[in-house]
Design a protein around this ligand. Structure first.
Ligand code: NAD
Ligand code: UDP
Length: 326
């Protein structure tokens, strides 16, 4: 078993849950983050744990450490954040991948890339299997993220072909849960925070566009299964929950679960916003024995519970949601 695991982007939403799980499994974790979108609160409970070390570092610069495994998650994931400094977003995906692949090559260790369903762009194939090459606008406002992640996948597969580096590529579909930032800007956190505050719920466009939502602990299960899989299984493997909801349906469910009196309000649909998105997860089912366990309503209840505590200023919000849910 790999003893020391590097998690880049470890202070972010998904990364912090991954750090928790690895520590729980007895690994030593080196969490690397530049806090572009990450939050110390997400990992505060791990500081002081002898299995956990935090390093402030930007992955666009080389990193010299000794580890046994690498999960490369560093990259802002919310459109408003990755569009804030698009040049830095592309640099993070591409130069971050080059630096982390170089590190993995020197150390001869497995490296997993947190890729994204965004590589499929605004898809003409629905649901999306891994064999679909995607439809991405290379010069649009989402391209810094989509093309950055696509280039990172290219680099991963060239390191595999050219250097026989053991790589794993996970294509993650919309994932939500506790520790998303209240100002993250993605749809689940926006709707829940708006509902809890009694503010209008912002529907972009006519709300008929669809997404599939996976709870974060299910995604972490998928990461671990993929990392532990045979070397030949490089991926890409879709990780997501194959249920599809329109944004109007999501808003209704959030209003129902929070008991909010919030009304819906319309905003313009952002440029290149994908019309539909739903994973084909046959590969993950067959090759990893993985599928998500948490239905949307159950995951939303835990997430609402977290945001409720967070907005009330509860200093334990980042850690108590699963205790209350248990
Ligand atoms: P997040 O924004 O909460 O976390 C990203 C983390 O990376 C943050 O802690 C941020 O500070 C850090 N980071 C950004 N640039 C960095 C840099 N140059 N150097 C070091 N650290 C840097 O997002 P998330 O939802 O936790 O996403 C984690 C990963 O999963 C990302 O790579 C994202 O593209 C991928 N992903 C997430 C989703 C999702 O729905 N959550 C979907 C597809 C892909
Ligand atoms: N969205 C919305 N209201 C919001 C935030 C997002 O209607 O307040 C829509 C957005 O236009 C998109 C969907 O929700 O169609 C998912 O957006 P998100 O930013 O969460 O992720 P992505 O577009 O990357 O899937």
């Amino acid at each position: 078993m790999a003893n020391t695991v590097l998690v880049t982007g470890g202070a972010g939403f998904v990364g912090s849950h991954l750090c928790d799980r690895l520590v729980k499994e007895g690994r030593d974790v080196l969490c690397v983050d530049n806090f572009f979108t990450g939050d110390r609160e997400n990992i505060r409970h791990l500081i002081g744990n002898t299995q956990f070390e935090l390093l402030r570092h930007d992955v666009t610069f080389p990193l010299y450490v000794e580890v046994d495994q690498i999960y490369n998650l560093a990259c802002p994931a919310s459109p408003i954040h990755y569009q804030r400094d698009p040049v830095q977003t592309t640099k993070t995906s591409v130069m971050g991948a080059i630096n982390m692949l170089g590190l993995a090559k020197r150390l001869k260790v497995r490296i997993l890339q947190a890729s994204t369903s965004e590589v499929y762009g605004d898809p003409e194939v629905h649901p999306q299997p891994e064999s679909y090459w995607g439809r991405v606008n290379p010069i649009g406002i989402r391209a810094c993220y989509d093309e950055g992640k696509r280039c990172a996948e290219t680099l991963f597969f060239d390191y595999w072909r050219q250097h026989q580096l053991p790589i794993k590529v996970a294509r993650i579909f919309n994932t939500y849960g506790p520790r998303m930032s209240p100002d993250d800007g993605r749809v689940v956190s926006n709707f829940i925070v708006q509902a809890l505050r009694g503010e209008d719920i912002t529907i972009f466009g006519d709300g008929s566009q669809s997404r599939s939502f996976c709870f974060v602990s299910d995604l972490v299960d998928g990461f671990l299964a993929l990392m532990a899989s045979p070397t030949e299984l490089t991926g890409p493997v879709n990780l997501g929950r194959p249920d599809e909801f329109t944004m109007l349906e999501l808003a209704e469910i959030v209003i129902e679960l929070t008991g909010s009196k919030s009304q819906l309000t319309r905003r313009p649909l952002p440029q290149d916003d994908p019309r539909v998105r739903k994973p084909d997860i046959e590969q993950a089912r067959e090759k990893l024995g993985w599928e998500p366990k948490t239905p949307l309503r159950d995951g939303l209840r835990m997430t609402i519970d977290y945001f409720d505590a967070k907005l009330r200023g509860d200093p334990e919000a980042a850690t108590t949601w699963d205790k209350r849910a248990a």
